[in-house]
Design a protein around this ligand. Structure first.
Ligand code: UD1
Ligand code: CA
Length: 463
């Protein structure tokens, strides 16, 4: 088969991460590191993708796009061994093979495309994407001859002081002629400082066999960042954050402080939305146009429609806020909550599976769970739906135009008919018909002068 096959190396644990989680699973901008690599790869529309898996293979497998295959590398003997494992999975493939590392998540599809084009045009057996970062330490160095042709790659741990002073590094991203790679891999030996089978040795082997080896420099060394430690992870996070935020700003979103605005790769945000510092927008969140996200919200897998306002320090998970509605400050919208057009929930209001009708308000200190609340309902301060009896959850239904007085408890299941009024302090245990008044209160007693007498008596006892 001709065309394009991609092999992604993702079997290592990543010892330098000092983690029980496999390196490629560590999250970046809310998605596992490997997902970013796979996204760039998918954009090239390859005919085949093989991911070499080892550590936590099942979790890695769960991230793969449709049609991608895995190859199990039981023991991690080095990148050459990993490449061979991937190559075997491709069977008799003899076309172009792009090989990328699962730990270079900043690599863009455009750069991969440039490498591919250069490789195809040159007729090389091996093309290496190279970079010249400010800090080349830790990477393999590119050794070129007097004419500038690539002679080979030397790993940091095997490099002489002179080689260490070379600024051009191996990004760990290559194009190969699959057949030539298969042949070269046979000659790789683990005779080096790390006693590993180095894929990088393939460069010198191909050249010695008369093949052409090409070094293709990137113009953006940041893309080459290989994640080996938590410090690298934080740096990649920063770069990614900057990229994502720039993309949104270019499409018309105001971000007051991009350094402290955390938007996941999957988020969609409309023009003229203003995002204040400290917002976290995660997962498949969709924010409409002209939305205001005041400081400090955490919004995950939610929809916030045009002109809505999230007034700060609010947490929304799997929730929907319709046009012109307002949330917070300090509100908590839990899964299954929906706020109708122009509705409002204020400070210290928690919703769970609660549908709040158009124009309805719950402005202060309430818990509304398993509830359907109609249009223009006013939910007074301190209203609680008692939805749980210790065994099961029950529904509360409040129809349109109801007025719920402050400090009301609605013991579910219960239904309040349209236009009814619930007096403040009521504990509602029975349904209320439309337009009725419901109240449950201990009648008030007043004892004239009681407090004054009490004070006098206490004073006398002291004397
Ligand atoms: C590698 C390159 C180095 C380059 C750097 C770029 C080699 C020998 N060195 O070094 O020249 O500058 O990448 O980031 O290739 N992996 C497996 N199976 C294995 C070993 C590794 O799947 O047996 C995977 C790892 O999970 C990782 C990738 O291959 O995703 C790279 O391995 P890593 O150990 O990080 O290589 P580096 O030392 O960074
Ligand atoms: Ca690495």
């Amino acid at each position: 088969m001709k065309g394009l096959a991609v092999v992604v190396l993702a079997a290592g644990l990543g010892t330098r991460m000092k983690s029980s989680l496999a390196k490629v699973l560590h999250p970046l901008a809310g998605s596992p590191m490997l997902s970013h690599v796979l996204l760039s790869v998918t954009r090239l529309r390859p005919d085949k993708v093989v991911v070499v898996v080892g550590h936590q293979a099942d979790k890695v497998r769960a991230l793969l796009p449709d049609g991608a295959q895995t190859a199990d590398q039981k023991e991690q003997l080095g990148t050459a061994h990993a490449a061979l494992t991937g190559l075997k999975r491709l069977g008799r493939y003899d076309g172009t093979l792009l090989l990328v590392s699962g730990d270079t998540p900043l690599m863009t599809a455009e750069t991969l495309r440039r490498l591919l084009d250069a490789h195809k045009k040159s007729g090389a057996q091996v093309s290496i994407l190279t970079a010249s970062p400010a800090e080349p330490k830790g990477y393999g160095r590119i050794i070129r001859d007097g004419s500038g042709a690539v002679k080979g790659i030397v790993e940091e741990k095997d490099a002489s002081p002179a080689e260490k002073s070379i600024g051009e590094i191996n990004t760990g991203t290559y194009c190969f002629d699959a057949k030539a790679l298969g042949k070269a891999l046979k000659s790789v030996r683990a005779e080096n400082a790390q006693k590993e089978f180095y894929l990088t040795d393939v460069a010198a082997i191909a050249r010695e066999g008369g093949g052409k080896v090409l070094g293709v420099p990137t113009d953006d060394p940041e893309e080459a960042l290989g994640i080996n430690s938590r410090a690298d992870l934080a740096r990649a996070e920063r770069t990614l954050r900057n990229r994502i935020n720039t993309r949104h700003m270019l499409s018309g979103v105001t971000i007051i402080d991009p350094e402290t605005t955390y938007i996941g790769t999957g988020a969609v945000i409309g023009a003229d939305t203003v995002i204040y510092p400290g917002n976290h927008i995660n997962g498949d969140t969709v924010i409409g146009r002209g939305v205001a996200l005041h400081p400090g919200n955490v919004i995950t897998d939610s929809t916030v429609k045009d002109g809505a306002e999230i007034r700060g320090y609010s947490v929304l998970t799997n929730a929907c806020v319709d046009e012109g509605a307002a949330v917070g400050p300090f509100a908590h919208l839990r899964p299954g909550s929906r706020l109708g057009r122009g509705a409002r929930v204020g400070n210290f209001v928690e919703l769970k599976k609660a549908l709040i009708g158009e124009g309805a308000k719950a402005s202060h200190l309430s818990y509304l769970g398993d509830a359907v609340i109609g249009k223009n309902v006013n939910v007074g301060a301190g209203t609680i739906t008692c939805n749980y009896d210790g065994f099961e959850k029950f529904q509360t239904v409040i129809e349109d135009d109801v007025f719920v007085g402050s400090d009301t408890q609605l013991v579910a299941p219960v239904r309040v008919g349209r236009g009814a009024v619930i007096a403040a302090g009521t504990t509602l245990t029975k349904d209320v018909p439309a337009d009725a008044l419901a109240l449950s209160r201990v009648p008030q007693t007043v004892r004239e002068g009681w407090a004054a007498e009490q004070r006098k008596r206490k004073a006398k006892a002291k004397a």
